[in-house]
Design a protein. Structure first.
Length: 117
């Protein structure tokens, strides 16, 4: 039973852009609308880290290395969060996942992003 479905990853040259999507088909609308959501990244050989978050009210936070380049947004009606990634760097490489910050749900498969030099 799939809780979170990420998509949109790919191989992109440095400076390129991608838009990731994460849909939460098992979350009822009211639960999703009230959830603070996050995008995480797991680079090869490292721990999964939170790179961006968006609160239920729409407040956003980013780690320093992606500020000004990544934008997280949400569409509650579609139970989907997005991560617009611009000016990609090789250091952005990893598998990206989303999750509910308040009540962690089973992880999805993630979507792989590879930034080439």
């Amino acid at each position: 039973q799939v809780h979170l479905v990420e998509s949109g990853g790919g191989l992109v040259q440095a400076g390129g852009s991608l838009r990731l999507s994460c849909r939460a088909p098992r979350m009822i609308l009211s639960t999703f609308s009230g959830a603070d959501m996050g995008w995480y990244r797991q680079a090869p050989g490292t721990q999964r880290e939170l790179v961006a978050s968006i609160s239920a009210a729409g407040y956003r936070n980013y780690i320093e290395s992606v500020k000004g380049r990544f934008t997280m947004s949400r569409d509650n009606g579609k139970r989907t969060v997005y991560l617009q990634m611009e000016s990609l760097k090789p250091g952005d490489t990893g598998r990206y996942y989303c999750n509910d910050l308040g009540q962690g749900r089973p992880w999805g498969q993630g979507t792989r992003v590879t930034g080439s030099a």
